[in-house]
Design a protein around this ligand. Structure first.
Ligand code: FE2
Length: 367
């Protein structure tokens, strides 16, 4: 059961700390179809960093870059490269959520703050999560813009959309990679400190290829609106993809963000047209697909053409596809997912995916 002492509504936004927020905004707008809706920086009297808020459906990302070397977080870029620095969670009562979390063992980063400006009252507080990732508790019920420091963007700066949205609707789940032996610790953190409940679990006998393996457990809150699978590397003969991530990211961090669509074929076509590159599985994956997953409404030819994967459980099926890493380091990537009843994370596809990832790792020389 979710802890009703700590009611978390949903993921408010995900913050990315990046080397060049202006160029990242271009990428999320023109490749992924997000709208650029708010900006913070010198022009809005923010002196130390620039930020762009991009939005599509119910998904909000903030892209932030330091403006000078003495920014308190600028070393993050040397250590991690571009990546997710914060997953913000919407709560009814920021002070209460923060105090309760800290009482239960969370490490506080920023104590409860109430900021009042021309847009209203904005409340937040931040705690540490895995690696250098943080969770910010946010309440914006009495705030009319995105956040203090941000001004709604002048539509003339980002005028008529050329690319239109790609049909991305919501964040389905956000996966964290943690160090070997740390998965249970972090699962306990989410359960005990933040009142999450644990969902399914599968072990390395389920998810492994000959060489690399991982273990994964899923915690959820907000009646399923917040789902965080936590991965750790399992011992293999070659380098696990999770180890590769930790090696290049310089520690634990967000591995992928899954974004939901209700028409994955249309979404993936659109994203491909915009130059988003996806992991490919071999054509043989589709040969016995109908026998493996039964009746689905999508055409297998379309799925095979685009490289979309299918998995089925007792409750229905799901379709998913993974992008290649979205920065030079083989770290963060995205998943596009369409759920048709199934609440799974695509366990049945892990083998095919691992093999696809290992082909990429082999090319990178990091197996
Ligand atoms: Fe996923």
């Amino acid at each position: 059961m979710s802890d009703d002492q700590m009611p978390l509504r949903k993921i408010d936004h995900v913050k990315f700390f990046v080397g060049n927020a202006r160029q990242s905004a271009y990428f999320y707008r023109n490749a992924y179809g997000f709208d650029v809706v708010a900006y913070a920086g010198l022009e809005t009297k923010v002196k130390h960093e620039a930020g762009y808020v991009v939005q599509q459906g119910g998904i909000t990302f903030i892209l932030v870059s330091p403006l000078r070397a003495n920014h308190p977080e600028s070393s993050r870029l040397i250590l991690h490269g571009d990546g997710v620095s914060d997953i913000a969670l919407q709560v009814d009562d920021v002070r209460r959520a923060y105090n309760l979390a800290v009482e239960r063992g969370a490490v506080g980063v920023v104590g409860p703050r109430v900021i009042e400006d021309k847009y209203g009252i904005y409340e937040y507080a931040t705690i540490r999560a895995y690696g250098d990732t943080t969770h910010t508790f946010v309440n914006r019920d009495r705030y009319k813009a995105f956040a203090p420091g941000f001004d709604p963007i002048d539509p003339s700066r980002y005028d008529v959309k050329t690319y239109h949205d790609t049909g991305l609707l919501a964040i389905d789940h956000i996966v964290g990679n943690v160090e070997e032996g740390k998965m249970n610790e972090w699962v306990e953190f989410y359960k005990k400190v933040l009142g999450f409940e644990q969902l399914v679990s599968f072990d390395d006998t389920d998810i492994s290829t000959e060489y690399s393996a991982l273990m994964s457990k899923v915690v959820q809150s907000g009646r399923g609106r917040i789902k965080f699978p936590i991965n750790e590397p399992a011992v293999g003969r070659r380098k696990s993809q999770i180890e590769e991530y930790i090696d290049f990211y310089g520690g634990a961090g967000v591995q992928h963000i899954a974004m939901a669509t209700n028409d994955i074929i249309k979404t993936v076509r659109h994203l491909r047209d915009n130059d988003v590159s996806f992991l490919r599985v071999p054509k043989t994956y589709y040969e016995n697909l109908r026998e493996r997953v039964g009746n689905i409404k999508e055409s297998i030819d379309d799925l095979a053409e685009l490289g979309i994967l299918v998995d089925r459980d007792d409750e229905g099926y799901m379709l998913q596809i993974f992008t290649k890493p979205v920065q030079d380091r083989p770290t963060l990537f995205f998943e596009i997912i369409q759920r048709e009843g199934s609440k799974s994370f695509g366990k049945g596809n892990f083998k095919a995916l691992f093999e696809a990832i290992e082909r990429e790792q082999d090319i990178r020389g990091t197996l």
